[in-house]
Design a binder for this molecule. Structure first.
Ligand code: URP
Ligand code: ZN
Ligand code: ZN
Length: 482
């Protein structure tokens, strides 16, 4: 009998810190060895391929529930298929709260639906209504169940929370050892500008960008950081769209605060001008914050290289263009303010970042692994089980052909969504096999994992998100039920 059940042989292993030729031996679904001339019961030849940790997408919306009881079109099966086709083996999605309701029932429903997953998964619990019941009773239960991150929105009619509620969420996170992720845009400012744009007859998709220029995101980011500093709770700023917003995070980091920043491929390759396409077509590129311009994208790469932005997620949204619950839900003459925000990107995240980043010399291979796998795994308490190629870690690998040229079409992404904003984009570098816990889950584009084979990833408290220990006047207001 061989030492390992499976050996990935002769590839170039890429970790968060090193690039080297080695075999990877797998046993019991875990990495058992990284070495030379390993012998396995079965073997995958990886000569000429990169062997990297499976992608960890820490921000994607899959089968998310709506207030009316409906759900996103992207199901756990279709979303997992797209993830595996694109080299991603773990995701963190969302459990939504609706105002006036609690968080335990929805989380149970998300857990039930995710039982169909083919990738491993966790959740961020959205807090849209910071009631006493939610803050003092339900959040502790959510944390105890292994969900260790909260998401708040500083905008959107349905989920916006004000500063007082945000402070209560930050305090609850501090008490329960959780990380808070934040959608930073100023709700009142967007509403005010939107009303004026509509009054002026400016209704087409391109005015989405006009309704929320960068200072609206910058102000909310500054405020989120200041309030997190007040409570001494770590936060991650989601989907940073431009360098002037990222600069707020740079300054926070320089002051020793535990503030992290995430960005997404759409902010590197899309721009506000994409929303200015004829007719309703611009809706395909509409997400929040808005994509900006080429200079902003160039500046974002700088912020990635500086380490200010250390996670690139997809922010995959789960609805299509023609679908009755998607972009056209209110018809093709709907004003921009009535068009659902968000773009799909689960399957295209790694290829676009690789091609635009590594392929164009903007980042190196180790940075690619850090941004797409190791850093999100560390930040969200999944490390070292996920995001690393080290003995004992889950054997989640993506075998990557760095030379393969692909034209992205919607079919290549294998999601249920009927479009991609990246249709026709040429990329160099593509996943040829995805291994999830030692099983070949995708080979040459064919996904072969069984629905229900994904596992929930419970997250225990971890050191990275412990408070920095810098309370103003040393007074811990979070210790009081206020
Ligand atoms: O436009 C976006 N990003 N939609 C998805 C929801 C969110 O804000 O993350
Ligand atoms: Zn958001
Ligand atoms: Zn999102």
């Amino acid at each position: 009998m061989a030492d390992y059940e499976l050996v990935v042989a002769g590839g170039t292993v890429v970790t968060a810190s090193d690039v080297f030729r080695a075999d990877v031996g797998i046993a019991g679904g875990r990495i058992a060895a990284v070495g030379l001339d390993l012998k396995g019961d079965s073997r995958i030849e990886a000569d000429g391929l990169l062997v990297m940790p499976g992608g960890v997408d820490s921000h994607c919306h899959i089968e998310q529930l709506r207030a009316d009881g409906g759900a996103d079109e992207e199901t756990w099966v279709s979303g997992s298929t797209s993830a595996l086709a694109g080299g991603t083996t773990s995701v963190i999605t969302f459990s939504a709260q609706f105002k006036g309701r609690g968080i335990l029932e929805p989380l149970a429903e998300y857990r039930r639906r995710a039982s169909q997953a083919m990738v491993d998964y966790s959740f961020h619990q959205i807090i849209a209504d910071a009631s006493d019941e939610v803050i003092f009773k339900q959040i502790p239960e959510v944390a105890a169940s292994g969900v260790r991150s909260l998401k708040v929105f500083l905008t959107y009619e349905s989920s916006f929370i004000d500063d007082k509620q945000f402070l209560r969420v930050l305090a609850a996170a501090r008490r329960n050892k959780m990380l808070v992720t934040v959608h930073c845009e100023n709700y009142e400012a967007i509403n005010w500008r939107t009303a004026a744009l509509l009054a002026a007859g400016h209704v087409e998709p391109k005015y989405h960008a006009w309704s929320r220029p960068a200072m609206i995101e910058r102000e909310a980011t500054h405020r989120a950081i200041a309030l997190a500093e007040l409570v001494d709770t770590p936060i991650q700023v989601f989907h940073v769209s431009c360098p002037e917003v990222a600069a707020e995070i740079t300054q926070a980091k320089a002051r020793g605060l535990k503030v992290w920043g995430e960005t997404c491929p759409q902010y590197f390759v899309l721009s506000a001008s994409d929303m200015d396409r004829p007719g309703f077509e611009g809706a395909k590129f509409m997400c929040s914050p808005s994509p900006r311009d080429a200079a902003a994208s160039a500046g974002l790469w700088d912020m990635v290289r500086m380490g200010t932005l250390d996670v690139v997620s997809s922010d995959h949204s789960g609805w299509g263009y023609n679908s009755p619950v998607g972009k056209r839900v209110h018809g093709t003459n709907a004003p921009f303010s009535d068009i659902p925000n968000g773009v799909p990107g689960l399957g295209s995240r790694l290829p676009i970042l690789f091609s635009e980043g590594v392929g164009k010399g903007r980042i190196d291979l180790c940075q690619f692994v850090r941004l797409t796998s190791s850093n999100p795994a560390k930040l969200f308490g999944l490390s070292p089980r996920k995001g690393s190629i080290t003995p004992g870690a889950d054997a989640d690998l993506v075998l990557w052909d760095p030379k393969k040229q692909v034209t992205i079409t919607n079919e290549t992404l294998q999601h249920v969504i009927d479009y991609t904003p990246y249709e026709g984009m040429e990329v160099t570098g593509w996943p040829v096999a995805t291994i999830r816990r030692g099983e070949v889950a995708m080979r040459d584009g064919k996904v072969q994992a069984a629905p229900g084979s994904g596992r929930f990833l419970p997250r225990a408290p971890y050191a990275l998100i412990e408070p920095a220990g810098r309370l103003p006047f040393g007074f811990d207001a979070s210790a009081y039920e206020v």
